[in-house]
Design a protein. Structure first.
Length: 200
């Protein structure tokens, strides 16, 4: 049976944020639209979001890039996701400091982990039971440990910082992989997509 999916790419609006780590969710949706030749982004004033829609397999999909700042992301989808059932086909794509750059993870029914955009969505739809595609943005030590910034100021500097030129290759690869993961989630369902993630 076909489902209607809502996919939200988190980030901040405005030219100065386009290339920042905090905007990875938006970057993935831009890449997806380009790859699949979907309709150009249009402003939906009611949702205060840029939207594009189409189909992935048999499923209808609405893509959203909220034009609010990150900590108000939930406002964009409040009117679209009103039931627990609807939340199960909501996919939120966002950056994650708890994962290294290059790593992506599918989560469901998990806490925000301190991510302001995810927190805002949980508050708006009153449940944590939605799908998240988490994209790592942290650096790693030579031994593979995450170098996570400590303290609020350093965290803000990190997430609002641009990617370094040396990270561009990793960034391109992870965006490509994330687009495939999104397609898998919609076509195959969350659980199957999670088990297939390692093959991408």
């Amino acid at each position: 049976m076909a489902n209607n999916y809502i996919v939200v790419g988190l980030g901040n609006p405005g030219e100065e944020y386009i290339e920042t780590r905090h905007n990875m969710g938006r970057m993935v949706l831009d890449s997806f639209v380009k790859k699949n030749d979907w309709s150009e982004w249009e402003m939906d004033k009611k949702l205060n979001s840029l939207v594009s829609d189409g189909k992935i397999g048999k499923n209808k999909v609405l893509l959203l890039k909220p034009e609010t700042f990150m900590n108000k992301s939930g406002e964009a989808i409040k009117s679209l996701v009103k039931t627990k059932k609807a939340a199960e086909t909501l996919v939120v794509i966002h950056d994650d400091l708890d994962l290294p750059l290059g790593k992506i993870k599918i989560s469901f029914n998990k806490s925000s982990g301190g991510h302001k955009g995810v927190e805002s969505i949980i508050r708006a739809i009153k449940t944590e039971a939605f799908i998240r595609l988490r994209l790592g943005i942290s650096n790693e030590t030579a031994s593979g440990k995450i170098k996570k910034p400590q303290g609020e100021e350093k965290v803000i500097d990190a997430i609002l910082g641009d990617f370094k030129k040396t990270e561009n290759n990793d960034l391109k690869k992870v965006i490509k992989k994330s687009v495939l993961a999104l397609e898998l989630i919609v076509k195959e369902g969350r659980e199957k997509a999670t088990s297939m993630l390692g093959t991408l």
